[in-house]
Design a protein around this ligand. Structure first.
Ligand code: FE
Length: 313
């Protein structure tokens, strides 16, 4: 059941519209593709669609709508029917910029998703035209020069219920998960592709609903993650977790908090899953307590902080 091709684009809400925009353009190196009212549509040079991040000035932070692209019109129809059968459907929309009709629904935790198939390909303006025809846009090298949207980690009060929905209804593959000593699930790493993580749920420590943990953007090398850390440092961006390697999914990371409060990651590496029979890797509480891949201990805020903040509007 591989009806979903990939995740994205994603909408991020920010109470600091101008400062967040400056972060994504100058520190992350994204291009402004379009502006419409409170929303700015941004792209990495390697995004094949015109935009991968919709940054929307709002009262508070967090995730707006997360898009999921289907493989075909038939795949879209199948997944819409499956979602409708769960009672979580909200109905069809005209679709956001540069994409066709989209079916809006929520996961059991309340995050808003849109399934779509029709999508435009990016046509760069002259000054962003790349030399090679198999690259969507020109590599400008500005800021962290992120290539594309990579993965999303969202928080849920009940991880298991949400990953069951993603696996059973949307057709996601579950590659890795954390099971605590009491049998509860603290995290689930899923993907519509062979990349070991694309859509991740981790437990909301505050038991809240519909919140965001982080949005991750890809660079091709670990060195570029280190370079991004230097750029963030000089830009005054709060670095929450300095570069290191995750044990789960083996992604190389840099985590920080953008000016609007949302956690953002620059990532590279990560394992690929070729085996169609690959068993789900289950991590225990004791294994997780050992820290990340090289023994670096995870900062406490990583387990507790999410957006929007609960004391916000
Ligand atoms: Fe991540």
């Amino acid at each position: 059941m591989s009806d979903i091709a990939h995740l994205g684009p994603v909408e991020m809400l920010t109470p600091e519209g101008e400062a967040s925009l400056r972060f994504f353009v100058e520190a992350m190196g994204m291009e402004i593709e379009h502006q419409d009212g409170p929303s700015t549509y941004l792209r990495g040079w390697g995004d094949y669609q015109p935009w991968s991040l919709k940054l929307t000035a709002a009262e508070t932070s967090g995730m707006g709508v997360l898009g999921l692209r289907a493989w075909s019109p038939e795949a879209l129809a199948r997944r819409v029917a499956a979602v409708q059968a769960t009672g979580l459907g909200l109905g069809w929309t005209e679709g956001d910029r540069a994409r066709g009709p989209s079916y809006r629904f929520t996961d059991p935790d309340g995050h808003v998703f849109e399934l779509y198939y029709e999508a435009e390909r990016y046509e760069p303006p002259e000054h962003l035209r790349p030399a090679l025809k198999n690259v969507p846009g020109r590599y400008t090298g500005r800021g962290a020069a992120i290539k594309r949207l990579d993965h999303i980690n969202i928080l849920a009060a009940d991880v298991r219920a949400n990953r069951d929905f993603c696996v059973d209804t949307l057709g996601y593959r579950l590659y890795e998960r954390i099971e605590l000593d009491d049998g509860s699930e603290a995290g689930a790493w899923m993907s519509a592709t062979i990349a070991a993580h694309e859509l991740i749920y981790t437990r909301d420590a505050l038991g809240a609903h519909g919140r965001l943990h982080h949005v991750a953007f890809w660079v091709d090398t670990r060195e570029e993650c280190l370079r991004a850390a230097d750029i963030w440092l000089d830009a005054g961006i709060e670095i929450e977790a300095a570069p290191s390697k995750h044990a789960i999914a083996q992604g190389f990371f840099l985590y920080g908090i953008e000016p609007g409060g949302n956690r953002v990651e620059v990532t590279s590496g990560g394992r690929l899953v070729y085996d169609p029979d690959e068993p789900c890797v289950v991590w225990t509480q004791a294994e997780r307590a050992k820290g990340q891949a090289w023994g670096v201990h995870t900062v406490p805020s990583f387990h507790t902080y999410g957006t929007p903040p609960l004391d916000g509007p």
